[in-house]
Ligand binder design. Structure first.
Ligand code: HEM
Length: 333
């Protein structure tokens, strides 16, 4: 039974691209939530505690911000995000079914074959399972238990593997899928963490507006920067590998629609990385000292985030674009 039918709605349809974009945003935010909760905030807390010990030794008392509030605030993101991802995955199944079976009468047999007998179906089940595991982890009463954290991280890897295996990496075997899973996780570590820091952690601190609140912003950004640098390097390495495999030749970069779409992605990456470098080199050193530096950070990070969201739009188009080799008939999708 051919799973490909002549339909007007396809994987390149704007509605399907929008669903794929929502999936990437959801997964990136979930990865960012975990990184901020279990890596960035604890590091900022340790740095602030160290600072207040040093200041106390110098006879200067620095009241600490109750950072557990910040951690709880970030934790509370996970359940609605996992639920939203669930809804997106149901929409993605409907879109894929429609792309495969067209507008004809609904057939359970086609849906069963799509979900249980296709590579796409396996990837979809992995993403759904990951979202379900995250939801379960958020429902557990024992919040701070290490094993809850372990369940959360494993669920994120399963979810990212599902996303990665739903793209062109599926034609490259498990190595390509493993690299693509790293790519999706690194995207979340950089862009997802940035979004959680800028949209969830900084606003209450900026509203407080005290010297200590600004010092906490500085500690949080200082803890975020190395994460962004490592994630950025990983994104580049795994991205170049995926691009080389997908393009097949260098000139396919400008001779194919896939290649030109990738060029747009890299141009937007220039904006995101450039703003990120500006924040790291220019804004970070002024945080916690110069008045208005928190406001300056929020402005420039907003640019970084908007460009990052645009990268995910272009990526959703990229994943749906036939590979150059597919168009020349060298490989079959
Ligand atoms: C901020 C930087 C980046 C972000 C947020 C990002 C995000 C993503 C995401 C989420 C996917 C998986 C999409 C999916 O399967 O639905 C992806 C795929 C991909 N990315 Fe990136 N990426 C970034 C940088 C790069 C770079 C630097 C390159 C190349 C040098 C690259 C090349 C690719 C390729 C080739 C794919 C596979 C698309 C396909 O399935 O055909 N990415 N990216």
């Amino acid at each position: 039974m051919s799973l490909v039918a002549e339909t007007t709605f396809g994987v390149e349809s704007p509605a399907y691209v929008a669903i794929r974009w929502a999936q990437s945003v959801g997964v990136s935010l979930l990865v960012g939530t975990a990184i901020v909760r279990w890596l960035i905030l604890p590091r900022a807390k340790r740095a602030l505690a160290q600072r207040s010990r040093e200041s106390a030794a110098a006879g200067v008392e620095i009241p600490a911000i109750p950072d557990d509030d910040l951690m709880r605030r970030v934790e509370r993101l996970a359940a609605p995000l996992a639920l939203a991802l669930f809804v997106v995955e149901v929409a993605r199944l409907a879109a894929q079914y429609h792309a495969v079976a067209g507008g004809d009468a609904f057939e359970v047999a086609i849906l069963r074959a799509l979900v249980f007998s296709s590579h796409w179906g396996g990837a979809w089940i992995a993403t759904l399972l990951g979202a379900a595991l995250i939801l379960a982890a958020t429902r557990l009463r024992v919040r701070d238990a290490r094993w809850v954290e372990a369940v959360f991280w494993s669920a994120l890897v399963v979810t990212a593997a599902g996303v990665a295996s739903g793209g062109h990496a599926a034609t490259g075997g498990w190595q390509a899928e493993a690299l693509q899973t790293l790519h999706v996780l690194a995207a979340g570590a950089w862009i997802g963490s940035l979004a959680v820091v800028v949209l969830v952690v900084i606003p209450p601190l900026a509203r407080l507006g005290t010297a200590t609140a600004h010092a906490t912003v500085a500690a949080v950004i200082a803890a975020f920067s190395p994460v962004a640098l490592v994630a950025g390097a990983l994104l580049l390495a795994t991205g170049v590998s995926a691009a080389a495999r997908a393009l097949g030749s260098f000139d396919a970069l400008w001779l194919s629609t896939y290649g030109r779409t990738l060029i747009v992605k890299l141009a937007l990456l220039g904006v995101t990385a450039g703003t990120g470098a500006y924040n790291w080199r220019r804004v970070l050193p002024t945080l916690g000292t110069a008045a208005g530096s928190t406001a300056r950070l929020r402005r420039s990070s907003a640019v970084e985030l908007v460009a990052a969201l645009a990268i995910l739009v272009v990526t959703a188009v990229l994943v749906a674009t036939p590979l150059p080799a597919e168009l020349s008939g060298a490989v079959h999708p």
